[in-house]
Write a protein that binds this ligand. Sequence first.
Ligand code: ACO
Length: 431
Amino acid sequence: MASNSLTIRDNRTGKEVELPIIEGSEGPGVVDISNFNKDFKLFTLDPGFRSTASCRSAITFIDGDAGVLLYRGYPIEQLAEQSSFLEVSHLLMYGELPSPNQCGHYRALVSNHTMVHEQLLNFYRGFRRDAHPMAITVGVVGALSSFYHDSLDINNPRHRDISAIRLVAKVPTIAALAYKYSVGQPFVYPQNKLGYVENFMHMLFAVPCEEYEVSPVRARALEQVMILHADHEQNASTSTVRLAGSSGANPFAAVSAGIGALWGPAHGGANEAVLKMLTQIGDVSRIPDYIRRAKDHDDPFRLMGFGHRVYKNYDPRARILRKAAYDVLRDAGREDDPLFKVALELERIALEDDYFIQKKLYPNVDFYSGLILSAMGIPTNMFTVMFAVSRTVGWISQWLEMMNEEDQSIGRPRQLYTGHARRDYVPMKDR
Ligand code: ACO
């Protein structure tokens, strides 16, 4: 038997087939089961994709046991410390850090696409005043496709590129408009003299009646939050973008589908849930009670911001954000923030608790990001929108990668059917 294969024996027939093992550049290899159905007349069953790689990708690598996250090979800690969000966007989309010239060109390209068509603003007015900003964002990003009929040919690389830039440039504007609409403030237009993150903050927080100055400490913290959320290989929302895109849907529709998938509390909605949980706990004295509840299988309560499908070690993003949370709270004069105290103590107690140690449950990226956003004055219902803005670059990079594959085909999983066997229709009078 070749060392790069796995032999499967069908005990029903005695048939043996060697399945090739394909090695990647890092991490575990994969068993190629693309001919499995032809060989055995069977499908494989893996709900939740716990053992299934859905694609090849050269963008992001995670070693969940070691707590390692690489974008195009670069450790997330180095990027968060030294890089900018636009630089990281370029890296994710095109594969390399930009040279100074490329960086200037990319920055100008994105800046020149930050405005949205005036008619797009009419969409906002159709939403209820109290609509969740995620509901608005999912709708308006999908609606973007109706403005670009002339550049929606997904088989044209230039159309793909310009759509990608439009998404990276316009999603912060769309998100800020959703926020402004929800608080009843006038829409603020983008300012191209500002950096990407500073402009986003300006669109979120400026009002016509006074000057808005972007705090460098907060801008840096938000830049870090955005870098850390930019991509995370084949998570639920990215897989959704790929699956929607695999049918030939345009990238605005595919990203809108991804935003929908991100909304759930087990994914992007978790940072909103963390803040609600911290508020509910309210005081360090109540932590033991919540830890007890989290460990009780009969209680649906889970420690939000803890645990991860892939990380079975400290999420490297959480470590960076814990420090960023300190910085922002200090900048806001809220070093003694009671929720931050609860968060730190909750983390300390959980990390010493047998249940969490044995199940390898560590703080994930969402545990501290909500505290940072909240200290910046961003309301909880905007947290997942902020995540969507950051992840747009990852979604579009993954979509571009998929569209460039030669053997790209529609994603179409199969199932184990558990319903009725064939039966005949019963006329209404006989039921
Ligand atoms: N609190 C208490 N117990 C937990 C938690 C938690 N946060 N997370 C997992 N567990 C327990 C489960 O009850 C289960 O116990 P069991 O084996 O005795 O049945 C065990 O740990 C494994 O949990 P699974 O749900 O099988 O792990 P999975 O990989 O499917 O789930 C998930 C990962 C969804 C993130 C989960 O840990 C969770 O719900 N965490 C809270 C929500 C959260 O923070 N989500 C953000 C994820 S990061 C992101 O999307 C950006």
